[in-house]
Write a protein that binds this ligand. Structure first.
Ligand code: PAF
Length: 310
């Protein structure tokens, strides 16, 4: 497996591979974990050649965010990428990607609407930074299948929209969230959680399960579902809630009444480590549901999950 750091080497490696092979691309910010490994394994199973990019993109971090403390370990990333089946790791310097950095890049890719809600509200400019760097990587990579985790659900929706709107010859593939055995979604930021915060962070997945249980048992009021998830997260004193919500998976807007499958999303900080997570909730018409209406035994009661304040 090769490790390369210049744009021209990256372009020629992929052009060369494409002469006889299909190419999979896994863009990352490094500090690879099991979630990234699963993307690389999937890319390897569906393509003859896999390129992993490792680049902590300064454009997607706000001034008060964790760009400088974001975990980095290229040697470890290279080893994990190799074991998962990568053929090349592209790890450029900041100046290779943005020659005039730290001067602002005059060109910016911005996906309206989808970038303005949820994390876009709490992290202004974040998704412009993501869309810009991913557009650059797609422009360098050419015709590939690109793999992204569903844990970053809003990011995936934005990248899908951007790739379609700008006609990149890229097939964007969303891959299932990888979870630790207790439900915590794999994230490079998890290593920065203290043991207490790591335990407390489980509240996010519990809240998502609560919301999912409510919807799949017949609750069709999105505000009721959001409030139940919010209340549960607020019971965890270590969690600083950003949002807990229920949205249409395509528009990312909150439906008044739930009439189709929805995506439940949560975001909270634990001692300054910001975590996000989401799950899909399947909606079915009351008469097609197992059992009848609200008698369903699968109802997850908020009380049964409530935590005592520590
Ligand atoms: O999900 C990430 O790791 C990053 O946001 C991405 C897509 C690699 C862009 O920097």
């Amino acid at each position: 497996m090769r490790v390369i750091s210049t744009v021209s080497e990256f372009q020629s490696a992929l052009d060369q591979a494409r002469l006889s092979k299909t190419v999979g691309l896994v863009p990352t910010m490094g500090y690879l974990h099991d979630g990234h490994a699963s993307l690389i394994v999937r890319a390897h199973s569906e393509n003859d050649f896999v390129a992993v990019t490792v680049f902590v993109n300064p454009l997607q971090f706000g001034v008060s965010e964790d760009f400088s403390t974001y975990p980095r370990d290229l040697d470890r990333d290279v080893e994990l990428a190799r074991q998962a089946g990568a053929d090349v790791v592209f790890a450029p310097t900041i100046n290779e990607m943005y020659p005039d950095y730290p001067e602002a890049l005059p060109t910016k890719v911005s996906v309206s609407k989808l970038s303005e809600v949820l994390d876009g509200k709490s992290r202004p400019g974040h998704f412009d930074g993501v869309a810009t760097v991913v557009a650059k990587l797609f422009a360098m990579a050419g015709r590939v299948s690109a793999y992204f985790g569903e844990k970053d659900f809003q990011q995936l929706a934005i990248i899908n929209q951007m790739a379609a709107d700008l006609s990149f010859p890229v097939k964007v593939i969303g891959c299932k969230t990888v979870r630790e055995t207790d439900g915590l979604a794999a994230s490079s930021r998890n290593v920065r959680l203290s043991e207490d915060d790591r335990q407390a962070a489980l509240i996010l997945y519990k809240a998502l399960q609560l919301g999912k249980g409510l919807i799949e048992s017949g609750e069709n009021n999105s505000i009721t579902v959001a409030r139940a998830m919010e209340s549960l997260i607020k019971c965890e004193a270590r969690a600083e809630l950003d949002y807990a919500t229920c949205v249409d998976p395509k528009t990312l807007l909150v439906p008044d009444v739930i009439r189709n499958d929805v995506q439940l999303l949560v975001a909270a900080k634990f001692s300054n480590v910001r975590l996000i997570d989401n799950v899909k909730a399947n909606f079915s018409e009351p008469n097609t549901r197992a059992g009848s209406g609200f008698q369903n035994n699968n109802v997850v009661k908020a009380d049964s999950l409530r935590l005592e304040r520590g």
